[in-house]
Design a protein around this ligand. Structure first.
Ligand code: IPD
Length: 302
Protein backbone atom coordinates (compact mmCIF):
# COMPACT_ATOMS: atom_id res chain seq x y z
CA UNK A 1 0.00 0.00 0.00
CA UNK A 2 1.42 3.40 -0.98
CA UNK A 3 2.34 5.69 1.88
CA UNK A 4 1.18 9.26 1.37
CA UNK A 5 2.61 10.62 4.64
CA UNK A 6 5.04 12.91 2.81
CA UNK A 7 2.15 14.47 0.89
CA UNK A 8 0.18 14.87 4.14
CA UNK A 9 3.09 16.63 5.85
CA UNK A 10 3.62 18.82 2.81
CA UNK A 11 -0.12 19.68 2.78
CA UNK A 12 0.01 20.63 6.47
CA UNK A 13 3.04 22.88 5.95
CA UNK A 14 1.56 24.72 2.95
CA UNK A 15 -1.81 25.15 4.72
CA UNK A 16 0.07 26.76 7.60
CA UNK A 17 1.96 29.06 5.20
CA UNK A 18 -1.19 30.01 3.29
CA UNK A 19 -2.96 30.84 6.55
CA UNK A 20 -0.62 33.82 6.97
CA UNK A 21 -2.23 35.41 3.90
CA UNK A 22 -5.72 34.67 5.23
CA UNK A 23 -4.93 36.04 8.69
CA UNK A 24 -3.24 39.20 7.44
CA UNK A 25 -6.30 39.96 5.27
CA UNK A 26 -8.80 38.97 7.98
CA UNK A 27 -9.09 42.39 9.65
CA UNK A 28 -8.88 44.37 6.39
CA UNK A 29 -11.73 45.66 4.23
CA UNK A 30 -12.34 43.23 1.38
CA UNK A 31 -13.62 43.61 -2.14
CA UNK A 32 -16.45 41.09 -2.34
CA UNK A 33 -17.92 39.51 -5.46
CA UNK A 34 -21.00 37.30 -5.73
CA UNK A 35 -20.99 33.84 -7.29
CA UNK A 36 -24.11 31.63 -7.51
CA UNK A 37 -26.29 33.60 -5.05
CA UNK A 38 -26.32 36.78 -2.91
CA UNK A 39 -24.79 34.72 -0.09
CA UNK A 40 -22.15 32.89 -2.15
CA UNK A 41 -19.15 35.22 -1.82
CA UNK A 42 -15.61 35.35 -3.10
CA UNK A 43 -12.72 37.70 -2.34
CA UNK A 44 -9.35 38.29 -3.93
CA UNK A 45 -7.82 36.39 -0.97
CA UNK A 46 -9.81 33.20 -1.77
CA UNK A 47 -8.51 33.31 -5.34
CA UNK A 48 -4.95 34.20 -4.38
CA UNK A 49 -4.65 31.49 -1.71
CA UNK A 50 -6.00 28.81 -4.08
CA UNK A 51 -3.54 29.84 -6.83
CA UNK A 52 -0.61 29.74 -4.40
CA UNK A 53 -1.61 26.34 -2.98
CA UNK A 54 -2.04 24.80 -6.43
CA UNK A 55 1.18 26.21 -7.87
CA UNK A 56 3.20 25.16 -4.78
CA UNK A 57 1.84 21.60 -4.99
CA UNK A 58 2.38 21.47 -8.78
CA UNK A 59 6.04 22.43 -8.36
CA UNK A 60 6.57 19.41 -6.09
CA UNK A 61 4.10 16.95 -7.65
CA UNK A 62 3.70 17.97 -11.32
CA UNK A 63 1.65 14.87 -12.19
CA UNK A 64 -1.03 15.46 -9.53
CA UNK A 65 -4.48 16.82 -10.34
CA UNK A 66 -6.69 19.41 -8.62
CA UNK A 67 -10.27 20.28 -7.81
CA UNK A 68 -10.34 23.80 -6.35
CA UNK A 69 -13.37 25.85 -5.39
CA UNK A 70 -12.26 29.01 -7.16
CA UNK A 71 -10.88 27.18 -10.21
CA UNK A 72 -14.30 25.54 -10.62
CA UNK A 73 -15.99 28.92 -10.18
CA UNK A 74 -13.71 30.17 -12.98
CA UNK A 75 -15.00 27.41 -15.28
CA UNK A 76 -12.86 24.33 -14.66
CA UNK A 77 -14.78 21.04 -14.55
CA UNK A 78 -14.96 18.85 -11.44
CA UNK A 79 -13.27 15.63 -12.51
CA UNK A 80 -12.35 13.08 -9.88
CA UNK A 81 -10.15 10.48 -11.58
CA UNK A 82 -7.93 7.69 -10.24
CA UNK A 83 -4.92 10.04 -10.32
CA UNK A 84 -3.69 11.60 -7.08
CA UNK A 85 -5.99 14.61 -6.66
CA UNK A 86 -5.91 17.54 -4.24
CA UNK A 87 -9.38 18.91 -3.41
CA UNK A 88 -8.97 22.46 -2.13
CA UNK A 89 -11.13 25.07 -0.47
CA UNK A 90 -8.80 28.06 0.07
CA UNK A 91 -11.17 29.72 2.55
CA UNK A 92 -14.06 27.68 3.86
CA UNK A 93 -16.29 30.22 5.55
CA UNK A 94 -15.87 33.11 3.12
CA UNK A 95 -18.93 34.88 4.58
CA UNK A 96 -17.24 34.66 8.01
CA UNK A 97 -14.00 35.94 6.48
CA UNK A 98 -15.79 38.95 4.96
CA UNK A 99 -17.53 39.75 8.26
CA UNK A 100 -14.53 38.89 10.50
CA UNK A 101 -16.54 36.17 12.26
CA UNK A 102 -13.64 34.13 13.60
CA UNK A 103 -14.13 30.71 11.99
CA UNK A 104 -12.40 30.27 8.65
CA UNK A 105 -10.50 27.26 7.39
CA UNK A 106 -8.20 26.06 4.67
CA UNK A 107 -9.50 22.64 3.66
CA UNK A 108 -7.40 20.17 1.67
CA UNK A 109 -8.32 16.57 0.86
CA UNK A 110 -6.16 14.16 -1.14
CA UNK A 111 -7.60 11.24 -3.09
CA UNK A 112 -6.04 8.35 -5.00
CA UNK A 113 -8.19 5.93 -7.02
CA UNK A 114 -11.12 8.13 -5.90
CA UNK A 115 -10.47 7.15 -2.26
CA UNK A 116 -9.57 9.83 0.27
CA UNK A 117 -6.09 9.18 1.67
CA UNK A 118 -5.94 12.18 3.99
CA UNK A 119 -7.72 15.37 4.95
CA UNK A 120 -6.45 18.63 6.45
CA UNK A 121 -8.66 21.36 7.92
CA UNK A 122 -6.74 24.31 9.30
CA UNK A 123 -9.03 26.55 11.34
CA UNK A 124 -6.77 29.58 11.02
CA UNK A 125 -8.07 32.05 13.63
CA UNK A 126 -8.34 29.34 16.29
CA UNK A 127 -4.94 27.95 15.20
CA UNK A 128 -6.34 24.41 15.14
CA UNK A 129 -4.80 22.02 12.63
CA UNK A 130 -7.17 19.07 12.16
CA UNK A 131 -5.89 16.19 10.03
CA UNK A 132 -6.40 12.49 9.44
CA UNK A 133 -4.82 9.84 7.27
CA UNK A 134 -6.70 6.73 6.17
CA UNK A 135 -6.31 3.97 8.77
CA UNK A 136 -4.07 6.09 11.02
CA UNK A 137 -6.46 8.11 13.18
CA UNK A 138 -7.43 11.76 13.39
CA UNK A 139 -5.64 14.54 15.24
CA UNK A 140 -5.85 18.21 16.17
CA UNK A 141 -2.54 19.97 16.76
CA UNK A 142 -1.03 16.50 17.23
CA UNK A 143 -3.55 15.26 19.84
CA UNK A 144 -5.81 12.30 18.95
CA UNK A 145 -9.46 13.03 18.19
CA UNK A 146 -12.39 10.85 19.24
CA UNK A 147 -16.04 11.27 18.30
CA UNK A 148 -18.42 11.15 21.27
CA UNK A 149 -19.85 7.70 20.47
CA UNK A 150 -23.28 9.03 21.52
CA UNK A 151 -26.07 6.72 20.31
CA UNK A 152 -29.10 8.55 21.67
CA UNK A 153 -30.14 11.34 19.35
CA UNK A 154 -32.08 13.03 22.17
CA UNK A 155 -28.76 13.74 23.92
CA UNK A 156 -27.05 15.26 20.87
CA UNK A 157 -25.75 18.66 19.88
CA UNK A 158 -26.27 18.86 16.12
CA UNK A 159 -24.44 21.23 13.80
CA UNK A 160 -25.82 22.33 10.44
CA UNK A 161 -25.60 25.17 7.94
CA UNK A 162 -28.20 27.07 5.96
CA UNK A 163 -25.70 27.44 3.11
CA UNK A 164 -25.86 29.98 0.31
CA UNK A 165 -29.09 28.96 -1.48
CA UNK A 166 -31.76 31.63 -1.17
CA UNK A 167 -34.60 30.29 -3.33
CA UNK A 168 -37.91 29.48 -1.66
CA UNK A 169 -37.80 25.72 -2.04
CA UNK A 170 -34.30 25.32 -0.59
CA UNK A 171 -35.00 27.75 2.27
CA UNK A 172 -38.31 26.13 3.08
CA UNK A 173 -36.78 22.65 3.25
CA UNK A 174 -33.73 23.79 5.22
CA UNK A 175 -35.74 25.66 7.82
CA UNK A 176 -38.23 22.81 8.22
CA UNK A 177 -35.31 20.38 8.61
CA UNK A 178 -34.16 22.46 11.58
CA UNK A 179 -37.68 22.24 13.02
CA UNK A 180 -37.75 18.46 12.54
CA UNK A 181 -34.35 17.89 14.10
CA UNK A 182 -35.25 20.09 17.09
CA UNK A 183 -38.44 18.04 17.52
CA UNK A 184 -36.55 14.71 17.66
CA UNK A 185 -35.76 16.28 20.21
CA UNK A 186 -32.02 17.14 20.46
CA UNK A 187 -30.11 19.16 23.06
CA UNK A 188 -29.30 21.94 20.59
CA UNK A 189 -28.45 23.09 17.08
CA UNK A 190 -25.30 25.09 16.23
CA UNK A 191 -23.73 26.64 13.10
CA UNK A 192 -20.19 28.04 12.83
CA UNK A 193 -20.40 29.16 9.19
CA UNK A 194 -17.80 26.76 7.83
CA UNK A 195 -18.82 23.26 6.86
CA UNK A 196 -15.26 21.99 7.29
CA UNK A 197 -14.89 23.25 10.88
CA UNK A 198 -18.49 22.28 11.72
CA UNK A 199 -17.78 18.70 10.75
CA UNK A 200 -14.52 18.66 12.71
CA UNK A 201 -16.61 19.40 15.84
CA UNK A 202 -18.09 15.91 15.42
CA UNK A 203 -14.55 14.50 15.31
CA UNK A 204 -13.71 16.28 18.60
CA UNK A 205 -16.85 14.98 20.36
CA UNK A 206 -17.93 18.59 21.03
CA UNK A 207 -20.86 18.00 18.68
CA UNK A 208 -22.51 14.65 18.03
CA UNK A 209 -23.79 15.17 14.49
CA UNK A 210 -23.70 17.39 11.46
CA UNK A 211 -25.90 17.49 8.39
CA UNK A 212 -25.84 19.70 5.32
CA UNK A 213 -27.45 19.83 1.90
CA UNK A 214 -26.08 21.96 -0.95
CA UNK A 215 -22.43 22.24 0.08
CA UNK A 216 -19.68 21.13 -2.31
CA UNK A 217 -17.00 18.43 -2.29
CA UNK A 218 -14.25 20.94 -1.37
CA UNK A 219 -16.20 21.97 1.74
CA UNK A 220 -16.44 18.49 3.28
CA UNK A 221 -14.01 16.02 1.61
CA UNK A 222 -11.23 16.66 4.15
CA UNK A 223 -13.46 16.76 7.23
CA UNK A 224 -15.25 13.54 6.18
CA UNK A 225 -12.10 11.45 6.64
CA UNK A 226 -11.31 13.34 9.86
CA UNK A 227 -14.71 12.30 11.28
CA UNK A 228 -14.32 8.70 10.09
CA UNK A 229 -10.81 8.37 11.51
CA UNK A 230 -12.07 9.81 14.82
CA UNK A 231 -14.52 6.88 14.99
CA UNK A 232 -17.58 8.69 13.63
CA UNK A 233 -19.75 7.76 10.65
CA UNK A 234 -20.40 9.69 7.45
CA UNK A 235 -23.34 9.00 5.13
CA UNK A 236 -25.66 10.56 2.58
CA UNK A 237 -28.73 12.34 3.97
CA UNK A 238 -30.90 9.55 2.48
CA UNK A 239 -28.98 6.96 4.54
CA UNK A 240 -26.96 5.63 1.61
CA UNK A 241 -23.17 5.52 1.33
CA UNK A 242 -21.34 8.86 1.55
CA UNK A 243 -20.57 10.33 -1.87
CA UNK A 244 -18.55 13.56 -1.74
CA UNK A 245 -20.03 14.68 -5.08
CA UNK A 246 -23.70 14.30 -4.04
CA UNK A 247 -23.86 17.60 -2.10
CA UNK A 248 -25.49 15.89 0.86
CA UNK A 249 -23.89 14.70 4.07
CA UNK A 250 -24.58 13.50 7.59
CA UNK A 251 -21.61 13.03 9.91
CA UNK A 252 -22.33 11.57 13.33
CA UNK A 253 -20.98 9.99 16.48
CA UNK A 254 -22.74 6.70 15.65
CA UNK A 255 -24.77 5.02 12.91
CA UNK A 256 -27.81 5.16 15.22
CA UNK A 257 -27.66 8.97 15.45
CA UNK A 258 -26.96 9.37 11.72
CA UNK A 259 -29.96 7.18 10.86
CA UNK A 260 -32.26 9.05 13.25
CA UNK A 261 -31.35 12.33 11.52
CA UNK A 262 -31.62 10.79 8.02
CA UNK A 263 -35.14 9.64 8.93
CA UNK A 264 -36.46 13.16 9.54
CA UNK A 265 -34.61 15.48 7.16
CA UNK A 266 -35.41 16.08 3.49
CA UNK A 267 -33.14 17.12 0.63
CA UNK A 268 -33.81 19.73 -2.03
CA UNK A 269 -32.66 19.05 -5.58
CA UNK A 270 -29.07 20.06 -6.34
CA UNK A 271 -26.99 18.96 -9.30
CA UNK A 272 -24.02 16.80 -8.34
CA UNK A 273 -20.63 18.50 -8.22
CA UNK A 274 -19.38 16.27 -11.02
CA UNK A 275 -22.30 17.22 -13.27
CA UNK A 276 -21.56 20.05 -15.62
CA UNK A 277 -24.07 22.43 -14.03
CA UNK A 278 -22.90 24.69 -11.25
CA UNK A 279 -26.11 26.11 -9.86
CA UNK A 280 -28.94 24.50 -7.94
CA UNK A 281 -31.91 23.39 -10.01
CA UNK A 282 -34.42 25.00 -7.68
CA UNK A 283 -36.10 27.93 -9.46
CA UNK A 284 -33.58 30.70 -10.15
CA UNK A 285 -34.24 33.80 -8.08
CA UNK A 286 -36.90 31.98 -6.04
CA UNK A 287 -40.42 30.88 -6.69
CA UNK A 288 -43.52 32.90 -5.89
CA UNK A 289 -45.35 29.75 -4.73
CA UNK A 290 -46.24 29.88 -1.02
CA UNK A 291 -43.79 27.94 1.14
CA UNK A 292 -46.22 25.29 2.35
CA UNK A 293 -47.20 24.49 -1.25
CA UNK A 294 -43.52 24.17 -2.21
CA UNK A 295 -43.07 21.76 0.69
CA UNK A 296 -46.05 19.69 -0.38
CA UNK A 297 -44.65 19.49 -3.92
CA UNK A 298 -41.33 18.40 -2.48
CA UNK A 299 -43.12 15.80 -0.36
CA UNK A 300 -44.60 14.21 -3.49
CA UNK A 301 -41.21 14.27 -5.28
CA UNK A 302 -39.53 12.20 -2.51
C1 IPD B 1 -19.44 27.53 2.47
C2 IPD B 1 -19.34 27.23 3.94
C3 IPD B 1 -20.70 27.33 4.58
C4 IPD B 1 -21.71 26.43 3.90
C5 IPD B 1 -21.78 26.70 2.41
C6 IPD B 1 -20.40 26.58 1.81
P1 IPD B 1 -17.31 28.65 1.29
O1 IPD B 1 -18.17 27.38 1.86
O2 IPD B 1 -18.82 25.94 4.15
O3 IPD B 1 -20.63 26.94 5.92
O4 IPD B 1 -22.96 26.63 4.48
O5 IPD B 1 -22.65 25.78 1.83
O6 IPD B 1 -20.49 26.87 0.43
O7 IPD B 1 -18.08 29.19 0.14
O8 IPD B 1 -17.20 29.62 2.40
O9 IPD B 1 -16.03 28.01 0.88
Amino acid sequence: MADWTNCLNFGISIAKQASEIVLSAFQQEKEVKLKSSPADLVTETDQRVEKILISTIKDKYPEHRFIGEESVAAGEPVELTDSPTWIIDPIDGTVNFVHRFPFVAISIAFTVNKQTEFGIVYSCVEDKMFYAQRGRGAFVNGDPLHASGQEDVRKCVVVTEIGSERDDLALSIMTSNIFRVLKLPVHGIRALGTAAVDMCQVATGGADAYYHIGMHCWDIAASAIIVQEAGGVVMDTDGSEFDMMSRRVIAASSAAVANDIARVIKAFPCPRDDEDIRVCTSPAGGSSTPLHEEEEKEETRK
